[in-house]
Write a protein that binds this ligand. Structure first.
Ligand code: GLU
Length: 495
């Protein structure tokens, strides 16, 4: 399989929990390779472990992939020529291969009870051996096993790993991987309820779906030799395998957390894709960042569009050594991507976040505000604090002392606000007019421009930190501005 032939690449999650950003990186690499070669990106749901099945998980996965823009050509919800794409809907397909591998002598029925298996493991633990099966049923004559099964005795199907020699599989990132058969376990292929395990189903499905490249996390390296045996036993051609490096936590010590916990103030280090979305990461930024988490183009270029990533991606430049998740770098990317958006686009992306924060933002007004706050945003959710006061009828109460300009006292404020009202009431609310008249007013009062602006800003925004004053007044409009100045004067009088 060369890089130029259309690749068929699948992302094959087990729906056991929310979609983790590590899975998103795998799915992204799958997508990039498929698109680069003009091939297909496929989503297959591996739900054979019904004990760990979580029904919300599939919805979360598909929504998250769509948020990232990793649209798939075949698979869950979209269908395709190689379906069904959910493993529990394929049980009859696996049946045929169970019979085939049993008949060929590469698998055997195991009748051991769970009590016996627990005891075996206990003994192995005492002997300081890895958990595993002692091959008690491996040599039951096939005819006898057949009879016991026919009589209704429960059994699982196990792979018959050769007792000697070794097995070698090729990994595109790591080269040949050779493992002694002696360390492998006779893993279960089909459980007693007839449902295949991951090992068996994954190999059959990748073959039947004509998958050409399998990328998956390094944690699957341990299963790789078993899969190589299965390919050989079933007579399937091996696809290209690539085991991706693990993602380390920001400290670079240990794997990135599988779960996320929120502090009482709501802050969180996101690990689930939906949380990145909730916090206001742009999919473009997250995709670009994830692409670099284990792959590089030339070791230097960092900001790359989706199209550039597609053109430049190659398995050869995936790194074997683990990469550390760096939130600061991701935040930096997000800011860069926010500033690359047009005002219209950024405004439209901000609207749902403001809505979610209970801010009833008007698009027309927000269009005027967006250019003023764009430089100040790291996350889309940062916007709320900058714009909330534009979209309320009445400002929430604020500390009147905030009105006091530098080097002045609260008693000076009513005079300044009075003067501001006079300066503003006769003019048009354009940037230039506001600028000229407010500076003139400050001059007439014999104070600095900043001392003039501070009480006005606090009176109309209810806080000291807000977008630039002239643009703010312009977006608020004359009526609201004058009303809020009056209200501040009134409060001062009553205090
Ligand atoms: N279902 C496996 C998982 O949840 C897929 C591993 C593989 O890609 O082979 O990660």
């Amino acid at each position: 399989m060369t890089n130029n032939q259309p690749a068929r690449v699948r992302y094959a999650p087990s729906p056991t929990g929310f979609f983790h950003v590590g899975g998103a990186r795998t799915a992204l690499y799958d997508y990039l390779l498929a698109k680069k070669t003009g091939g297909s990106f496929i989503i297959r749901i591996e739900d054979t472990d019904q004990k760990r099945y979580n029904p919300d998980s599939v919805r979360d996965l598909l929504d998250s992939l769509r948020y990232l823009g990793l649209d798939w050509d075949e698979g869950a919800e979209v269908g395709g020529d190689y379906g069904p794409y959910t493993q529990t809907e394929r049980l009859d397909i696996y049946q045929k291969y169970s019979q085939q591998i049993l008949d060929s002598g590469h698998a055997y029925r195991c009748f051991c009870s769970s009590e016996r298996l627990a005891k075996v493991n206990e003994d192995r633990q005492k002997a300081k051996l890895n958990p595993g099966y002692d091959r008690f049923c491996r040599n039951i004559p096939p005819a006898e096993a057949e009879r016991r099964a026919a009589a209704g005795e429960a059994f699982v199907l196990r792979i018959k790993i050769p007792l000697e020699g070794s097995v070698t599989g090729y990994d595109a990132i790591r080269g040949d991987i050779t493992v002694a058969n002696a360390v492998l376990n006779d893993a279960v292929l089909v459980k007693s309820n007839g449902i295949p395990t991951y090992h068996f189903a994954v190999v059959i499905d990748d073959h039947l779906m004509k998958i050409t490249h399998i990328m998956r996390g390094e944690e699957w390296l341990g299963s790789f030799p078993i899969h190589v045996h299965l390919y050989n036993f079933l007579g399937f051609e091996m696809p290209v395998f690539a085991h991706l490096p693990v993602i380390l936590n920001p400290a670079g010590k240990g794997k990135m957390s599988k779960r996320e916990t929120r502090a009482p103030d709501g802050s969180v280090y996101p690990v689930f894709v939906h949380t990145f979305k909730e916090l206001g990461y742009l999919p473009e930024a997250l995709v670009n960042y994830l692409a670099l988490l284990g792959w590089s183009y030339d070791g230097q270029t960092e900001i790359m569009s989706r199209q550039e990533l597609i053109e430049r991606f190659s398995l050869e430049r995936v790194n074997a050594s683990p990469a550390s998740f760096n939130y600061d770098k991701l935040n930096n990317f997000n800011g860069i991507y926010i500033r690359q958006l047009s005002v219209e686009d950024l405004t439209d992306r901000l609207l749902p976040y403001l809505q979610a924060d209970g801010i009833n933002a008007k698009r027309d007004t927000l269009l005027k505000i967006t250019p003023m706050i764009r430089e100040r945003l790291t996350l889309l959710t940062d916007a709320a604090d900058w714009v909330d006061f534009f979209f309320v009828d009445d400002l929430p109460d604020f500390d009147l002392n905030l009105l006091t300009p530098k080097k002045m006292s609260l008693q000076d404020v009513p005079g300044i606000l009075q003067k501001a009202k006079e300066a503003l009431s006769g003019i048009e609310f354009t940037h230039n007019e506001l600028d000229a008249h407010l500076r003139q007013a400050a001059k007439e009062l014999g104070i600095k421009a900043g001392q003039m602006f501070q009480p006005i800003r606090v009176a109309v925004c209810g806080k000291k930190v807000a977008p630039p004053i002239f643009g703010t007044l312009e977006a608020l409009g004359k009526e609201t501005t004058l009303k809020r100045l009056d209200l501040a004067l009134e409060k001062l009088q009553n205090s």
